[in-house]
Design a protein around this ligand. Structure first.
Ligand code: SF4
Length: 486
């Protein structure tokens, strides 16, 4: 019998990375590892990295500096770097960090147990892209955890676009779609394990199946909606110019498809959009928003915005502000432009001074903040269908769930309601989360079904859940950032 060994995975970046880390944990679990609570208690430490901005890449470098000391104390520790930064830097990481044992890219995730084993006796590099035939979208990884209510399901990876600022095509490779049958099989298995909501993920889900007309993805959404047990569907990330009328119709015709969509725009200026090699104009984006909201009135939108792209003038920036005000996003992910290696924009002079970028970022967020606040406040006093996802992070005597439009609400309820869709009246709105109460039927009022029992004390109303806050400034590590391109 082998001695159980601990693994600790530090995750930076987007949902794809979250999902890859979860898959690695499962694969390593099957190979005899358990999840260690901290790097100091682990035999294997993996850093699953992001390189979409300079800041998370910088954080990875500092973290490696910290782990160098750990490795010095415990030379038998296996230290690995995975993800997009590993894919970007390849063997250069092994050269720059002689204490790193293992470097591997996103396409090698399925081989993590074998790679870790090899790294115990040699330094290992695996950053090869797999082609369409080889791509392992391994669905046996998808079995739900006990009590799991929501799950990500990978449907494609990579991107065939060439947005000038974006490193994703370099780190995740060309688009590869997963077979429809495999996706549906995974969703069915998750549903039978108790999962009620699936989020279909990929860098550009709208071009799933390589179908320029978008029928493949809209068909997949309709198929997933028919899987017994699935109450809610979401998807991300959604490229505007690949979002087809077929998919817009899904918002009108598929009730399981939730009324929230992340639709990256990047800039409100046509001049900047052209320079970014985006294939949409501002007017086309606005028309798309209109048709989406025509299909599903009240649809909540979020977006990505880059400020300070090379050559962005004050007038360009004002166009972005006016678009943000016009669309009325529920929230935005905003970033200062930073040149990424291997991108077309990296060859341009970074003309906007850092101070100007910072001022524009602050102004953009100041414009967005009251819009977000109004969207949160508009939910107050009304009853919403809430899928109960689990205990509140701030107070385990409270439960937490999401409204259909993705807003988080905390409310007193016993843990047994996890996984149910309940009517919840919002009683108070905070900047990034809501407080509410379950609307009781008469019989529930009599039995106290939603009053905490002695074993489930009411506790204090949770304050604003910091984990619910959208990232308004920059990517943050450890499952907080929600940005993956498109
Ligand atoms: S921004 Fe999106 S569409 Fe453009 S290259 Fe990156 S992943 Fe592809």
């Amino acid at each position: 019998m082998t001695t159980p060994r601990g693994v600790f995975i530090e995750t930076f970046g987007c949902q794809m990375n979250d999902h890859d880390s979860a898959q690695m944990l499962k694969l390593l679990g099957a190979a005899g590892f358990h999840a260690a609570p901290a790097a100091e208690a682990a035999d294997v430490v993996l850093v699953n990295t992001c390189s979409v901005r300079e800041k998370p890449a910088h954080k990875v470098r500092s973290l490696l500096g910290r782990y160098r000391l750990l490795k010095k104390e415990r030379p038998d520790l296996v230290l690995g770097v995975a993800g997009c930064f590993a894919q970007q830097e390849k063997g250069r990481l092994l050269e720059a960090y002689p204490f790193v044992d293992l470097v591997f890219g996103p396409d090698a995730v399925a081989k993590v147990a074998e790679l870790v084993e090899r790294a115990r006796s040699e330094r290992v590099l695996d950053t090869r892209f797999l082609d369409r035939q080889e791509q392992p979208f391994v669905n046996e990884l998808a079995l739900g955890e006990p009590g799991q209510v929501t799950a990500f399901v990978t449907i494609m990876k990579g991107c065939d676009n060439v947005c000038s600022f974006c490193i994703v095509p370099h780190t995740r490779g060309r688009e590869v779609s997963r077979a429809r049958e495999d996706v549906l099989d995974e969703v069915a298995r998750l549903a039978s394990a108790g999962v009620r909501e699936v989020t279909l993920i990929g860098q550009n889900v709208n071009s799933y199946g390589g179908d320029a007309l978008g029928r493949a993805f809209s068909g997949l959404v309709r198929d997933v909606a028919r899987v017994p047990g699935i109450a809610r569907i979401r998807f991300t990330t959604s490229n505007p110019w690949d979002l087809s009328p077929h998919l817009v119709r899904c918002f009108a015709e598929v009730p399981e498809l939730m009324p929230y969509l992340h639709l990256p725009v990047q800039s409100g200026s046509d001049r900047v959009l052209r320079a970014m090699r985006r294939k949409h104009t501002r007017a086309e984006y606005e028309a798309l928003v209109d048709s989406l909201r025509g299909a599903r009135p009240g649809l909540a939108l979020s977006t990505d915005v880059i400020v300070g792209y090379p050559g962005e003038t004050d007038e360009d920036f004002r166009s972005t502000l006016s678009l943000v005000e016009e669309v009325g996003y529920a929230f935005i992910y905003s970033f200062k432009y930073s040149p990424r290696p291997h991108t077309a924009a990296a060859r341009l002079a970074d003309t906007v001074p850092e101070a100007v970028k910072s001022a524009r970022l602050a102004e953009l967020n100041a414009v967005q903040a009251p819009i977000t606040a109004r969207a949160m406040e508009a939910t107050a006093g009304r009853v919403h269908e809430v899928l109960v996802e689990g205990r509140s992070r701030n107070d385990p005597a409270w439960m937490s769930g999401r409204l259909p439009d993705f807003k988080i609400v905390n409310f007193p309820a016993p843990p047994r309601v996890r996984g149910q869709v309940l009517p919840v009246r919002v009683t108070e709105a905070f900047p990034h989360s809501l407080k509410g109460e379950v609307v009781l039927r008469g019989d529930e009022r009599d039995t106290g079904a939603f009053r905490p029992t002695e074993e489930e004390p009411a506790g204090e109303a949770p304050r604003e859940d910091p984990a619910a806050a959208p990232v308004l400034v920059e990517l943050r590590p450890r499952r907080t950032a929600r940005r993956m391109g498109s």
